[in-house]
Design a binder for this molecule. Sequence first.
Ligand code: FAD
Length: 129
Amino acid sequence: ETPLECPVDRDELGRSTWNLLHTTAAYFPEQPTDTDKHQARGLVEGLAAHYPCDHCREDFKESIEEDPPSLGSRTQFALWLCRQHNKVNEKLGKSAFPCTIQNIDRRWKYGGPECWSAEYDGYAHETLG
Ligand code: FAD
């Protein structure tokens, strides 16, 4: 019989969500259309309305009211998410990520040489399919 998989806990949910958000921002258009911006705002606001951890959701809602999503470009979106994630890091006593687009892209888009095999000469989006 297949072993039962357990529901995710708060940390796993958080990591999965940040993975999705930062990766989405990494591939957001540098020149988004109004539709792109509208849909990305929907993603953020949908999370703020439905994130299934009550106190996380309440704080996140407040946080995006103070600093609403910046969606004018890929860089703006990525930097905005970095700031939002750092607010949560600070609350949890974790260290802040150094929010420059170079650091963000290295973490979420390109990786270092250790991320790729010797023959590999492409970028992460090729592995995302
Ligand atoms: P995570 O914080 O999940 O980070 C994953 C990876 O992202 C890190 O290893 C690092 O490489 C990278 N990273 C870290 N900071 C940044 C940044 N600023 N910008 C870009 N990349 C970065 N947990 C709670 O206990 N209480 C809460 O109130 C709470 N609120 C949350 C609100 C939201 C909207 C989300 C998505 C998650 C929330 N979490 C909360 C979960 C929490 O943020 C972490 O995901 C969880 O504690 C696991 O942490 P982690 O150390 O594995 O790394």
